[in-house]
Design a protein around this ligand. Structure first.
Ligand code: FES
Length: 151
């Protein structure tokens, strides 16, 4: 990480007004903003670390924990809700061993919920990266995730 971080930060020594682009580039390079990168950004720009954290925390685009290689989004919209989205979410959490908002320890999956995937007629649905899995039952969710892991 150190080398990638130094490459990104090299052009920004003392450039306090470039904090947001710096945060974006560091996150693009590392996938998130770890504590040591935040400290290095503060050193490079000359800003207090508290200021770097304050700015990064303000924007939803910045993450302080790593994301998984794949993102599973469970729809909690109205159509999915009335067709059992809560059970789908529970089974997804049980299968992955994490709760909404978390990432598996092996960094394979990040689990999130979403207000609507746009396939309401096929509810309940989830998205795994770009793929929609529709008309699900909890058993199907478990099989899909387990099947991906053993493929
Ligand atoms: S409510 Fe789930 S896809 Fe629209």
């Amino acid at each position: 990480m150190e080398e990638r971080l130094q490459t990104v930060l090299a052009p920004y020594k003392g450039k306090r007004d470039m904090l947001i682009p710096i945060l974006q580039q560091v996150q693009a390079a590392l996938g998130y903003l770890p504590d040591d990168a935040m400290a290095e950004i503060a050193r490079t720009t000359g800003l207090p670390e508290s200021r770097v954290y304050a700015v990064a925390s303000f924007y939803a685009q910045f993450r302080f924990t790593p994301r998984g290689k794949h993102t599973i989004m469970v729809c909690r919209g109205t159509a999915c809700h009335v067709r059992g989205a809560e059970k789908i979410l529970e089974e997804t959490e049980r299968t992955l061993g994490i709760v909404e908002g978390e990432t598996t320890k092996d960094l394979e999956y990040t689990l999130e919920t979403v207000a609507c995937i746009g396939c309401c007629a096929l509810a309940p649905c989830i998205m795994i990266d770009e793929d929609v899995e529709a008309k699900l039952t909890p058993k199907m969710v478990s099989e899909i995730i387990t099947g991906r892991n053993t493929a």
